[in-house]
Design a protein around this ligand. Structure first.
Ligand SMILES: NC(=O)c1ccc[n+]([C@@H]2O[C@H](COP(=O)([O-])OP(=O)(O)OC[C@H]3O[C@@H](n4cnc5c(N)ncnc54)[C@H](OP(=O)(O)O)[C@@H]3O)[C@@H](O)[C@H]2O)c1
Length: 329
């Protein structure tokens, strides 16, 4: 799959569509879905809507008690401990799931952190890259046999328009030799998420696994913005003078229900049968940003699109190799 697959389908949905609207008519009875971070924000809404369509939901959580409380409204939902910054907990979660013998039809790699001050995990890895990408890399590769067993699995990876802040610096992924910038690290991790979907799809296709990257929009009322000064969100036009979210889906400013729509579409919609390895937003495949427009787009243009560096198959293959080395080091 190459970036030439970045062609909108004219899905019939749009920026204002909600996850509830997108799932209409789709029956997920008998399907098993794992949603990381499925106890807050976009992930909780994704879990709620997949559950409503009949899927059995499993949520790995670093705060099990909070997850159980948030998910009490979704009867039968399983909550297990897992911290994406703790490789042993990822292995333990995946091994327990594999031991249950169940196929995994839908894996939504949704959990994430944004623009945190510099932090490192126990291996010394930069926390945004480690949690947002490496943790999900380890989780997905460990769960691979269950995805294969589903005979038609989909993997959805939450990326972001934050891809505009940075590509992957393969010479210094961990910010050991350059100045740490919270949004540069977020951008690198979200470009990694997009590239990961490309390579999961390439490797998985023959085994029935298809993968999609998602930009959900800008949703300011989730837990993600806890490290952002509200004044900056006001200056960016995302909050009004009273600090309330401004909604304008065509300019990215969405509700949680709208934010979860593209994840749900990528996880379930038959329009995407036979496709994969693509970056999606506004419930459609994003167009590739033309090379001559990349600088303007990266500078804050809000039209839909994806930068070529975030869907570059060579970078995706290289990132997989680097990630493999990092998780086994
Ligand atoms: N909101 C937006 O505008 C926006 C825009 C673009 C992309 N996204 C992406 O969408 C995804 C969901 O974000 P959200 O806005 O819904 O934020 P959120 O409400 O903060 O949800 C993130 C979830 O990830 C979990 N998480 C964070 N670190 C973890 C770790 N080390 N191990 C396990 N779980 C961890 C959080 O758990 P805790 O609550 O325990 O920390 C939380 O449940 C993220 O990948 C984000 O990058 C969001």
């Amino acid at each position: 799959m190459t970036s030439t697959a970045q062609q909108p389908l004219n899905s019939g949905f749009g920026a204002a569509s909600t996850a509830e609207e997108v799932i209409k008519g789709i029956d997920l009875t008998g399907k098993v879905a794992i949603v990381t971070g499925g106890y807050s924000g976009i992930g909780l809404e994704t879990a709620r809507v997949l559950h409503g369509a009949g899927a059995h939901i499993v949520v790995p959580a670093r705060d099990v008690e909070r997850a159980r409380t948030a998910l009490a409204v979704l009867p039968g939902t399983e909550v297990e401990h897992m911290d994406l910054l703790d490789p042993a907990s990822i292995d333990a979660f995946a091994e327990k799931f594999l031991a249950s013998g169940r196929p995994l039809h839908l894996l939504v790699n949704n959990a994430g952190i944004m623009a945190t001050p510099l932090a490192r995990d126990a291996r010394g890895y930069e926390a945004q890259f480690a949690a947002n990408h490496l943790g999900h890399f380890q989780l997905t590769t460990k769960l691979w046999p269950a995805l294969v067993a589903a005979q038609g699995a989909r993997v959805v990876v939450l990326s972001s328009r934050g891809i505009r802040f940075a590509g992957i610096d393969f010479d210094d992924v961990q910010f050991e030799h350059r100045k740490y910038e919270p949004f540069l690290a977020y951008g690198q991790s979200k470009t990694a998420n997009a590239l990961f979907a490309v390579e999961v799809d390439r490797r998985g296709q023959a085994q029935g696994i298809r993968a999609f990257a998602v930009h959900p929009g800008l949703i300011v009322d989730t837990g993600l913005v806890k490290h952002i000064d509200p004044a900056a969100l006001q200056a960016a036009g995302a909050l009004d003078s009273e600090g309330k979210p401004i909604r304008d889906p065509e300019r990215q400013l969405k509700t949680v229900q709208q934010g979860a729509a593209t994840s749900v579409w990528c996880a379930t919609n038959p329009q995407l049968d036979g496709l994969g390895g693509v970056y999606c937003e506004n419930v459609d495949i994003s167009p590739l940003v033309a090379p001559e427009n990349e600088a303007a787009w990266a500078g804050g243009d809000t039209t839909p699109g994806v930068l070529s560096r975030a869907v570059d198959p060579e970078a995706a293959a290289r990132l997989w190799e680097v990630s493999e080395q990092l998780v086994t080091a």
